[in-house]
Design a protein around this ligand. Structure first.
Ligand code: ADP
Length: 169
């Protein structure tokens, strides 16, 4: 039987322990997961695509069941190109439901073969988002409990080089 593969798409700006929690749960069901970072030229990111990808690659360097990639444009086009039909997404506290439900149905209407599978994170990460991490960081708070070490390091490097303001997130 062939491997069960899913794509977990997201901005990953930056990768958080919430994303990692979802990936680990996904690996209980799927043989392999492709973590695909979105490249959207009209969106402002704190981290460049290369930085976002490097963080994900380093975090999962020891796990050969995780592949790291990026996509631009429609997710369904990327899925078709890769011949993958399953999407993994995470559902936090109620706030995610509306938009995730809408996206899953839109993707299905464009490409009926696509199924979206939702995983619920540990309670500890149910209110964690990349946006929150960036806000806390830029206000001088501690984010160590929320992200892998490399994110903390990368953001510190970034702060040394550039003076960022909260309006940039
Ligand atoms: P964010 O919404 O934090 O900016 P992404 O756009 O990268 O993150 O989200 C990609 C997917 O991961 C979405 O399905 C989102 O709901 C899910 N996700 C993000 N953070 C968490 C978390 N803490 N727990 C569960 N799912 C999450």
């Amino acid at each position: 039987m062939s491997d069960k593969i899913a794509v977990y798409p997201g901005s990953y700006d930056p990768l958080t322990n919430g994303h990692i929690d979802i990936i680990e749960r996904g690996l209980k069901i799927f043989d392999r997961i492709t973590v695909a970072a979105l490249k959207n030229p009209s969106k402002t990111y704190l981290l460049s695509l290369d930085e976002r990808l490097e963080i994900i690659r380093e975090t999962f360097a020891q796990n050969n069941r995780i592949e790291v990639d990026y996509f631009e444009g429609l997710l369904v086009d990327y899925l078709n190109k890769r011949k993958i039909t399953t999407v993994v997404r995470g559902l936090r506290a109620i706030s995610d439901f509306d938009i995730e439900f809408q996206m899953a149905l839109i993707n299905r209407s464009i490409a009926p073969q696509i199924e979206t599978i939702f995983f619920v994170p540990s309670v500890a990460y149910s209110f964690l988002s990349s946006k929150l991490v960036k806000e806390i960081y830029l206000l001088g708070g501690e984010i160590k409990q929320m992200v892998p070490d490399i994110v903390d390091k990368k953001l510190k490097q970034k702060f040394k080089q550039e003076s960022l303001s909260i309006s940039q997130i």
